[in-house]
Design a protein around this ligand. Structure first.
Ligand code: GLC
Length: 510
């Protein structure tokens, strides 16, 4: 099981209101207690923080707000000592506009690094070269004119994040060196940011209008023009794989809506493991959840192993999108599917989007509400900071926090802990097949997981009324877990009827 930490928001060791590496190291025992195998750290590199670390000025330096390289080493050592692996974010698609590479590139058309970024002449009439838009709703066109040299540069995100030109071999080599640098420091893998964008259409043709943006959840009306991922991207990702070797975990952010094109990023096991975006734009209903999983299973290449996430730092919080009852059900789904679960920090507590008043807004794409400080306890700084937190801590932190939920047997945190323990000791849940039951009742989503002679049935009722899983006389086995903390476990009830929004895990004896 994987866990994503957003370093600004996990734990602040020095009271400046911003989370840091030492803070994370001090809280690793929470991850151990939860049952995490590997932690993914969002960027902590030197950055002007226009996009909070996804705009980098030095990929091999730590921003002082987060600490030092020695703090990274200490974190990695402390994690390894606890049996936790560490993945770091790598941002290969773009740099900060204040990166020395870009400063050189923009200095003149003849600069030795001109071709390290994507430059183009103005389009007919003097405007941007084509209709490409930034992925951020507020950022407008993906092109900004550089007055000095009279050309536009491409930026898939804010204008402060110029896209690198991966067609240039020196760029590829420079980013490979960044990967080597972190591997030598002992990290176990990478989450590759915006991996599907590395290669651009060389003809710079206009993009077609798209039906939906993957991240519409936090971007109302966020219909964008789609980036068309290019066939050449697979070759550059194979090169990346060759640099890191077969055993390094490479998780790719692949923001490609078409499932077949998305699955192509597995390559033949020689590219990366694409993070699964199918849940991100769907409601938490039985039908939507089932179709997300079945679509994924249908397109996976042979041997392809899914990594499912229900939340991340770009999306509205799971408990806000689904509501608190269905967040419990979603936890059962995530932890019982065939595939590695990835949990976004705080989702194990049921943290919700925190309203951020306009004057306190920090993010260029409206994502602050899902990035607020981790809620450790009921103290004023929520155990996150002794200072003034960089984003607000909601009043609900008084009860939605690690300490309170640890002490409450019916809490979401204890449901996560129970699910992760169950998964760890069940071969069927860890590695077994996935076989969905035919959807005879559209309100019910049920599937078998089987390995050897262990057979586990998972049934989810993401609807507002009760549903029968097994009619009288057909239900046998042991009820291992329910989202309802008051339901007695042990012998399976006969008939097996799920309450509204309930999910159960049953071990079958036949
Ligand atoms: C990815 C990250 C997002 C960031 C963007 C630009 O989508 O997840 O947070 O803003 O890339 O790096």
């Amino acid at each position: 099981m994987l866990y994503q930490v957003y370093p600004r928001s996990f734990a602040d060791s020095d009271g400046d209101g911003v989370g840091d590496l030492r803070g994370i190291t001090g809280r690793l025992d929470h991850l151990v207690d939860l049952g995490v195998d590997a932690v993914w750290l969002s960027p902590f590199y030197a950055s002007p923080m226009v996009d909070f670390g996804y705009d980098i000025t030095d990929h091999c330096a730590v921003d002082p707000v987060f600490g030092t390289l020695a703090d990274v080493d200490a974190l990695v050592a402390a994690a390894h000592a606890r049996g936790l692996r560490v993945l770091v974010d790598v941002v290969p698609n773009h740099t900060s506009d204040r990166h020395p590479w870009f400063a050189e590139s923009r200095s003149s058309r003849d600069s030795g690094r001109r071709d390290w970024y994507v430059w183009a002449d103005p389009g007919p009439g003097g405007g941007p070269p084509n209709n490409w838009l930034s992925a951020f709703a507020a950022s407008g066109p993906a092109w900004t004119l550089d007055g000095r040299t009279g050309q536009y540069y491409l930026h898939s995100y804010t204008a402060a994040q110029p896209d690198l030109n991966w067609q240039n071999a020196a760029v590829r080599e420079a980013v490979h060196d960044v990967l080597r640098f972190w591997l030598e420091r002992g990290v176990d893998g990478f989450r590759v940011d915006a991996a599907h964008r590395l290669v651009k259409d060389p003809t710079l043709a206009d993009n077609p209008a798209d039906v939906a943006h993957l991240r519409t959840a936090l971007v109302p009306g966020g219909t964008r023009l789609r980036h068309i991922d290019q066939p050449g991207v697979h070759e550059v990702l194979r090169e990346v794989r060759a640099v890191v070797g077969p055993d390094t975990l490479l998780l790719g952010e692949i923001g490609v809506a078409d499932p077949t094109r998305w699955a192509a990023y597995y390559g033949s096991g020689d590219e990366l493991v694409p993070l699964n975006p199918t849940f991100w734009s769907r409601p938490c209903t039985t039908d939507a959840l089932r179709s997300a999983v079945d679509t994924t299973e249908a397109v996976l290449p042979p041997g392809g192993w899914p990594v499912y996430a229900l939340g991340n730092h770009d999306l509205s919080r799971l408990a806000t999108r689904c509501g608190s009852a269905r967040a419990r059900l979603a936890a059962v789904l995530l932890l019982t599917l065939r595939g590695t679960p990835l949990v976004y920090y705080g989702d194990e507590l049921g943290m919700t989007d925190v309203p951020v008043p306009p004057e306190a807004a920090r993010d260029p794409d409206g994502r602050d509400p899902a990035r607020t400080p981790m809620q450790w306890d009921a103290s004023p700084g929520a155990g996150f900071t002794t200072g003034r937190p960089w984003l607000p801590i909601p009043p609900t932190a008084g009860t939605v926090n690690v300490a309170a939920e640890r002490a409450d047997p019916g809490s979401l945190l204890n449901l996560y802990r129970a699910l992760i323990r169950l998964r760890r000791r069940s071969p069927a849940l860890r590695t077994g097949d996935y076989r969905p039951l035919p959807p005879t009742d559209p309100g019910l989503y049920a599937y078998w997981r089987q390995a050897g002679d262990q057979r586990i049935l998972v049934a989810l009722n993401a609807t507002g009324r009760s549903r029968t899983v097994a009619p009288p006389g057909t239900s046998t086995g042991r009820l291992l877990l329910s989202t309802d903390p008051d339901r007695p476990l042990g012998e399976c009830p006969d008939p097996l009827v799920l309450a509204a929004d309930e999910a159960v895990v049953v071990e079958s004896d036949r």
